[in-house]
Every structure is written in C-alpha cells, then in structure tokens.
Design a protein around this ligand. Structure first.
Ligand code: SF4
Length: 453
C-alpha cells in the first residue's frame, strides 16, 4: 500500500446486475472512507474483482481476470476476490490464483472497509477469508446513497438476495443461501436517493423479485412494495421488474402493474422450458396450461406489454419430442424476447448426476433451432410497433444517431431503439417508430405529445 493519503482501488465487476449493485455498494463505502476509485489497475493500491460463480463459463472468466491481475501485481498491491465465485469455491480459489490476499463472500461486501484494514495489518502474508455461512447470512442492510457516483438515468435497485426455489440445475441457492428480502425502508430510501440524483428508470432486481416479503410471510410483498415505491418517488418515470418466478406471480401483481403508468408494461419471466416433463425434471412449476392462462391474463390487462423469458435447451433427458414441445410453446406464446442457453452441468446440483445427458452437438443444434424460431417471432413483434409513438430513454449518441430504449427494452439484455438524431443522453424523449429489425427498432424524434404506456 502506498503512503498516499487516499489509497486507490480498482474494482472489476463480472456477472449480472446483482453483482453490479454490490459493486456500487463497495465503491460507495470505499469512497466515503477515504479511498479513491481508479480505472487503471497499475495505479491502484487495492485490486478487487467482484466475481460470478453461476456457470462454468462465468467462473472461467472470473478466474482468468484474477490470474491476469495477480500476474501483473506489484508487491505493495493487494488483490481481493469478492462475490459469488468466492462463496462457491472458497479455499479452492487460492490454489487457482496464487497471489490472492483476501477473499470476501457475497453479502459480506458491507464489511469491505474493515476487511481491507485487516488485510493491511496482515503480516503473515497468507490470504484472509471473510465468508459467512450461506444459511445464516442476513441480507445486506447497508443503505446505498450512491452519491458521488456518475449520475445515470437508469439504476438497478436490489430488493433481495439468495433464492429458496429448488431448481435442479442451479447453483445459486448453494452459495447465496435462501431468499432474503431487504428491509422496505432501505429500499424506499435508496429509491428516493436515486430519483433525487436524476435517475429516471429504476430496475428492481433480486434472484426472484416475486419472492419479495415471503421470508417474513407476505404473499403479495412485491405489488405492495411497488406501490410503496411509487408513493415514495412519485416523479419516477419508469419502474421495471426483472426476474419474476412463474410460481409467484399473482393476480394482484398484474393489477398493480396495469394500474400505475410508471410501471413498465414489461416482464422478465424466466421459464427455462415449455414442456411439462422437462420442467418437472428441472423441479420448476410445470403446469404449462396454467402458465398459458396466466400469460393470457397478463396480456389482457396490458395489451402493449413486452414479455421476456429464458430457456435452457439440452437439459438431461430432453427428448426431441420435449424440445419440439418447447418450440410449440414459443410459437403459442409469441414472446417479445427470449434468451436461449444450452444446459451447463454444474457440479453439486441435482441435474449434474441426472441420466441421459444430451450430447453437446445436439444441444447446439437445438440452440440454433430455438434461436431461429425466436428471431422470426421477435421480428414480427417488433414490426407491430411500427407507427407507434413511444417515450425512449437515451443511452448514447454520436454519428448523427442516438441509441435509446423504450419501456420494452431492459438495459444490456434487450434491443435498442435507434433514433435518427443525436439527442441528449439521459433524457426521455418522444419518438415515432419507423422501422423494425429482429432485435432493434428504428425511430425519428417527434414533437407529438408523449404517450402514456
Ligand atoms: S429461481 Fe432462479 S436463482 Fe432460484 S434456484 Fe431457480 S434458477 Fe436458480
């Protein structure tokens, strides 16, 4: 550690938006305790990688990033691994990344400042761990003001962590522990702070947002929370929901989403498959008829709604007939957006040991077929938007065009609205949709009154 008054930290975030929120929390704690952020690892006193441990590909990326930093590390620098992979692999990481000084698990990041102090005082030159037992860890109760961070028009707001669902392919509950909701007053305070800083879109995230409040016995915690947020920040333009669990979406959630114009008529509902037998082996809700009825009610209440989902192809035992069932399901529902993944067998999950693992080439072939089908569906759904007037949030501008998003597009995973004019970044502006591609829409600015979604 250098002798400068303000030690610098370099923080690399990998993985999903939930990790990003944790990184923002660490940054804020470090910045308010005398540290300065730097984008240059060479200039940093502390190197932190907030890792992802979800699938093999993600852990490979996290290990690669840590190894790269470890190889270039100066003797006075400290290297810290944080996040999911640390919680999942613990001491095994030390063997893979010689040079690690500290390991801090998920939900322990609020202790980052005293943890770094402990590392600085460590004279034994052996890595120090801060890994709570997953079953006993409370959800973090640090309220993030995020003051001093780059003002943005869109921000994630974490409402819970961990997951209590039994999905047979998923590693998350094993290292994140059961689902825990964050206290309502902290969420409301954060929402107020974000809006005061100019945020126009708040995106609610958790492993399962629809589980909000279930850990303290509320069955309709999420719709109640949405209404509380809207009361707390009446000037918020968009409130978006991600990661809904099909077994937890209620009629009241639909009603609340439909009743409040600030709530984006958008739902990310990861279904994972569309055939009841595959879903049953996945230990997921498998009453497909019920699911179809729910989607129908959702669309009846919000005919303009955009539905996003994800599917896993090549799950153990997935027959050609089951895969065909998935394609039929996709045809029947006509999702606006679909993410398709090939099954990744993760050690420690029940699915890892299931018989009838599907060969890689079959997984790839099914992936291609599902993607091709969805591209034609997405194109048709996008074409139906042509001629609509929509408000869009401008994410970037240059070369005579702006990259923006409508209520139908979550950041980073969905498409864009490409507007044929350079518009102020971070502003919400009305546009007329003039063209459609499979993923993106084309638009021109319009002076017509804003439409209410
Ligand atoms: S609901 Fe999602 S996070 Fe929870 S166990 Fe299932 S796949 Fe994993």
């Amino acid at each position: 550690m250098s002798k400068q008054t303000h030690p610098r930290f370099y923080l690399l975030t990998l993985g999903c938006p939930k990790n990003l929120v944790d990184s923002e929390g660490m940054s804020e704690l470090l910045s308010t305790n005398g540290y300065r952020a730097t984008d240059d690892p060479d200039r940093a006193d502390v190197l932190i990688v907030n890792t992802c441990g979800f699938l093999e590909a993600a852990t490979d990326e996290s290990i690669g990033a840590l190894q790269e930093l470890a190889a270039a590390k100066r003797p006075a620098q400290m290297l810290v691994a944080a996040g999911c992979m640390v919680q999942r692999f613990g001491a095994d990481l030390i063997r893979q990344v010689p040079g690690l000084d500290g390991l801090i698990g998920t939900r322990s990041w609020p202790d980052i400042v005293p943890f770094l102090q402990k590392l600085r005082a460590n004279r034994r030159h052996e890595p120090i761990f801060h890994l709570p037992e997953t079953g006993e860890v409370p959800v973090e109760t640090v309220s993030l003001r995020r003051a001093g961070q780059r003002p943005r028009a869109s921000a994630y707001l974490k409402i819970g962590d961990g997951c209590s669902a039994p999905c047979a392919f998923c590693t998350i509950p094993s290292f994140k522990g059961p689902g825990r909701s964050r206290p309502r007053e902290l969420i409301l305070r954060e929402a107020q702070s974000l809006v005061a800083q100019g945020v126009q879109e708040i995106i609610l995230i958790a492993q399962d947002t629809t589980a909000y409040g279930r850990d303290w016995g509320e069955q309709n915690g999420l719709p109640d929370l949405i209404e509380d947020i809207l009361r707390a920040v009446p000037d918020l333009r968009w409130l978006r929901l991600m990661y809904a669990y099909p077994g937890h979406v209620s009629r009241r959630l639909i009603d609340v989403m439909a009743a409040h114009p600030q709530v984006c008529h958008y739902l990310d509902l990861p279904l994972q498959h569309g055939h009841p037998d595959t879903l049953q082996r996945m230990r997921r809700p498998h009453n497909v008829e019920k699911l179809l009825r729910w989607i129908e009610s959702f669309r009846e209440a919000m005919p303009d709604a955009a539905l996003r989902t994800t599917f896993i192809v090549g799950y153990p035992g997935e027959t050609e007939a089951e895969f065909q069932g998935l394609l039929n399901f996709m045809q029947a529902v006509q999702f606006d957006r679909v993410g398709v993944f090939t099954f990744s067998p993760e050690p420690g999950t029940p699915a890892y040991d299931l018989p009838d693992q599907v060969p890689d080439e079959v997984k790839q072939e099914r992936y291609q077929r599902a993607m091709e089908l969805q591209q034609s569906i997405s194109l048709a759904r996008n074409q139906s938007q042509t001629g609509r007037r929509l408000d869009v949030l401008v994410d970037g501008a240059g070369d005579g065009v702006s990259i923006a998003r409508s209520y139908r597009d979550a950041p980073e995973i969905d498409g864009f609205v490409v507007v044929e004019k350079e518009l102020p970044v971070g502003e919400m502006v009305p546009v007329l949709i003039t063209g459609a591609m499979a993923y993106d829409l084309m638009a021109v600015p319009t002076d017509q009154p804003l439409m209410v979604v």
